[in-house]
Each structure stands twice: as C-alpha cells, then as structure tokens.
Design a protein around this ligand. Structure first.
Ligand code: SF4
Length: 518
C-alpha cells in the first residue's frame, strides 16, 4: 500500500486536499469510529450520533466514488478505542508507505496522529485545510505586529480579499451600503405577540443507517447527556445543501433583525443552524457566503441580514480558527479571572428554577443545539458570573453541541464567553443583569425570580451575580475603557447593599456543589 489517507469525523469533504493525487490502485482511505472521541469529554448523544451517522454516510459516498476504504465501526470486535491505537493497529495490518491527512481541527488529534507516524517511522503529509477562506499562515500574518487583535479588522480584510459584499457590484474597495457592519439594525426582540409563524428548519427523518447509529449510541452511551428522539440533522452533503437552501430562501431575510431574540421552547427561530454541517465539512463556507450574497443582490434579503450572517462565516468562524491554531496549546489552560468554581450539576440535566437557563439547557439536551445568544448571554453568562473554572465550561460546551469541534468551540467558550484569555477574543467580558434577558425574551414573566432585584430571595441570580462580578473584578475592569461606565455604576450601591449582594452570590455558589457528570 502506497498511502493511507486519514479522514477524521469532521473532514467529510470529497474535495479535501488529502485526496489530491489519490490513486485507487495504490492508496486507501482510513476512517475509524472510536469511543475516545465521545469520552474525552462527556459527549452528548446528539453530537456523537451526528458524527457517526455523517461518517457512515460519507463512507458510502467514498465507496460510490471508487475510493477504497478501511473503515472501523465503533462496535467492531477489534476496535482499539482511540484514534491513535486504532491507527497503530491498522498500520501494522496494512503496511502503508506513508500517511496523508488534511490538517485536523483539534490540536490533540494532530499530536496523536503525529506520534503514531513517528513511532512507525512513516512520513506524514499534513495538508492545508482549504475548506477555510484563510489559511492559518495568512491569519498569523494578519496578527503579526498587532498589539491587540480585533475580529472587525480581520473581517474587513477578508471582505476585500475575497470580494464579498463590496460596493460597485464587487468592484469597489468600499463596503456595500457604505458600512462594514449593520449590527445597530439587528437587535430586535419579538415583542408581546411572539415570533408568529417562522419558516421551519429542514428536518431529515433518520434513514436505516442513521437509525442503526441512534440505537448504537443509545446503548453504548446510555448515561451520556441528552436524548435522540428528535434527531433530524443533515447527515449527507445533499441534505446539508437542502438545509442551506431552506435558510437562504425562508429565514435569511429576517435573520439579522431577530438575531439576538430569545423565545421560550424555540431555539431555531430565524437562525441558520448550518454550523454542524459546515464544521463536518458537508458544506463549504464559500458556497454559503455566495448564496447569502446572491440573495442580497437579487433583492431577496436585506443588506443588514446578509452582512450579519456573512460576518459570522467569513469573519468570526475564520477568526476563531486563526486564534486557536496560533495560540494552542497554552490557550486551553488560560484563566485570567482565576475562576475556580465547579460547573453546576444541573448544566447536565437542565433542572434549575431559572426559567431562561432551564429552557436553554432543555433545548441543548434535546437537540444538541441552542442559538448563539442563548449560548453567550444565558448559558455562558451564568457560568462566567458565577465564577466557574473556564476549563469545565469548555468541556461542557464541547460535549453537548452538535457543531462543537475544538478549534471553533474553545475560543468561543474560553475567550468570547468566559473572558479567560484576557481579551484575545473579545475586548471586554460580556456581562449583564437579568434585565438584558428580560429585554430579549419573555422568560422573566414565568420565572420565580425578579430581574429588577439584586438582593433578597426573589432576586434574579443574573442580577446578583452581575454586581458581584463587577465588585470582584473591579480593579481589572476599571482599566478597560469599554467597562469603565459599568464599573462606575458600582458607586450607586451602598456598602450595605454591596455586602448583601456578596452574601447572596456566595449562597448561590454554595448551592452548586455536588457530583454528577463524567
Ligand atoms: Fe432568567 Fe432572571 Fe429572568 Fe428568571 S428573572 S428568567 S433567572 S433573567
């Protein structure tokens, strides 16, 4: 055997660089389902099922395309349990002359494959992941010499370089509409009547192959979080393209306006829910961005919506990947605020009195999905202000979401949401009282807490913890110009009130001790 092409569960792209020069006479594709990928964090059932179902469907596509494949199923008798051990065993059997792979998304996985290659004296060719608009080298060049990094500048460079949403039908160096960012048009809540009819997401009834995976996950990972009765994710490229079309045609026009709105029982709303398909590489970001821009150019969607969506793909997604690969491995250990509390047990069950958090956690466990504002301003916000150790928050986010691969999840959680990286990802910690959640959702009406109270039995925990957070980190935050006003507001609290806030915050922390989970 000349070459073994290592294909991971999040590399399901027939056009990937690893296949360049593939010769079916001499080369073979290698894929393996291993328990380690579901146990190094306590992976949710939806996440594991999506990865396995998409891998098995991709294996069929490879066979149909005439690419010979060595595939190990999770339930195979000889399954070695980890990527490294399985690869090692298969190298002994297949005796390839070299290994080839597309650059993986996890630092941990890259190290594992490198060490197997080295142990066997095999050359390993790690090829550029051209799925992304920007290579890690290009990102590093952008970052070089800058005192601080900001997504906005990187995003503008990307827009110009790839001629996306530029004026003069793409010919000008000025942004379409004269502005790079239309977020000020994009922050509406639904109002008392709610969202009304929202065009539904594309759902896919599990076929026989996916049903087999669902049964396997339910047996093998029975104790893992979440459930699978609602599994409807796209698991093939065709289904992913159908999801893309449904979003562009039906929901993109109102995506921007309601991007930050929250509605009970409905995580889907006008969001795209394409992140899982993108991160498995079933979709290419170029086709996603092109489809969104085309909708604007054909006057099917307004510029504010289209720009807001494109910023997520061409800006944020590429930016977090650059941060991950230029900052790892030390990045995963950062803890700027020295947060040391344990993650509340009910993050794994959803059993809390806080209506907003209960709903966001229930949706997460049912679907492996919550929208970005629920993740940042409900789930992540609570952990940040409570003072949970960021590595525990990271392990939770990586475990429960179907779109969670470490390169994208870690900077979003540890950096953007928990501010543990000291401002590499965001220029300030995202902190707010319960009043923010009250403005963006109707949850507070059905909650036993009052977002306007910061102390007392009815005080909203978000509101208490917000003031407590400002007090605990006053010294650090006062130096940040974007936080100065919020810190200054602390002067409005009397010493007695401050003491009461601290006591209630301490009581909230005491409540979260316990033992559940991995
Ligand atoms: Fe959430 Fe506080 Fe509102 Fe309850 S009162 S729903 S905990 S923000």
């Amino acid at each position: 055997l000349r070459t073994l092409i290592v294909v991971l569960g999040d590399q399901l792209d027939m056009e990937a660089a690893a296949f360049d020069g593939f010769d079916p006479e001499q080369d073979r594709v290698w894929m393996a389902e291993v328990a380690e990928e579901s146990s190094h964090v306590w992976s949710g059932k939806q996440r594991t099922a999506l990865f396995l179902a998409a891998m098995r469907h991709f294996a069929l596509a490879l066979q149909a395309a005439g690419r010979p494949l060595h595939y190990t199923r999770l339930d195979a008798v000889q399954n070695a349990g980890s990527l490294g051990a399985q690869l090692q065993a298969d190298i002994q059997r297949l005796k390839p002359a070299r290994l080839v792979m597309t650059a993986p998304g996890d630092w941990r996985v890259l190290q594992a494959v490198k060490s197997v290659a080295a142990a066997n004296g095999l050359p390993l060719d790690v090829r550029e992941d051209r799925h992304f608009f920007a290579s890690v080298r290009e990102f590093a060049a952008h970052a070089k010499g800058r005192k601080s990094l900001r997504m906005e500048y990187f995003y503008r460079e990307q827009r110009k370089r790839h001629r996306v949403l530029m004026g003069g039908d793409g010919a000008s160096d000025e942004p379409e509409g004269g502005q790079w960012n239309f977020d000020s048009d994009n922050r509406e809540a639904f109002g008392a009547d709610g969202p009304g009819f929202v065009p539904p997401r594309a759902c896919f009834e599990p076929d026989a192959l996916t049903r087999e995976v669902i049964a396997l996950v339910n047996t093998r990972f029975a104790a893992h979080p979440g459930r699978l009765d609602s599994f409807a994710w796209p698991v093939t490229r065709e289904q992913a393209l159908q999801s893309l079309r449904a979003f562009i045609e039906d929901r993109l026009p109102l995506f921007g306006r309601y991007q930050d709105a929250i509605w009970p029982g409905d995580p889907w709303l006008y969001h795209a829910h394409l992140s899982a398909a993108l991160n498995l590489k079933l979709l290419n970001p170029r086709e996603v961005v092109a489809a969104a821009e085309a909708a604007y150019r054909c006057r099917q969607a307004p510029l504010a919506s289209v720009e807001g969506f494109i910023r997520q793909i061409l800006g944020w997604r590429e930016y977090v990947r650059g941060i991950y690969w230029t900052q790892m491995p030390g990045y995963a250990e950062r803890n700027l605020l020295d947060a040391q509390h344990r993650l509340p047990d009910w993050y794994w069950t959803g059993e809390t009195d806080m209506a907003c958090l209960r709903d966001a956690l229930a949706q997460t466990l049912a679907h492996g999905y919550a929208n970005h504002i629920q993740r940042l301003m409900v789930i992540g916000l609570y952990a940040l202000m409570l003072g949970v150790q960021p590595q525990q928050v990271h392990a939770w986010f990586l475990a429960v979401y179907v779109d969670a691969v470490e390169w994208v999840e870690l900077p979003n959680t540890l950096g953007m949401s928990q501010y543990a990286d000291g401002g590499v990802m965001g220029s300030k910690p995202y902190v707010a009282t319960g009043k923010y959640i009250q403005r963006m959702s109707p949850h507070c009406k059905n909650c036993r807490y009052d977002p306007g109270q910061r102390t007392g039995d009815s005080a909203c925990p978000y509101t208490t913890l917000y003031w407590d957070f400002l007090m605990r980190h006053q010294g650090l935050l006062a130096k940040n110009p974007r936080m100065a006003l919020q810190v200054k507001n602390l002067a409005r609290l009397s010493d007695v009130e401050k003491q009461a806030v601290m006591e209630r915050a301490t009581a909230l922390r005491r409540e979260v001790q316990g033992a559940i989970g991995p």
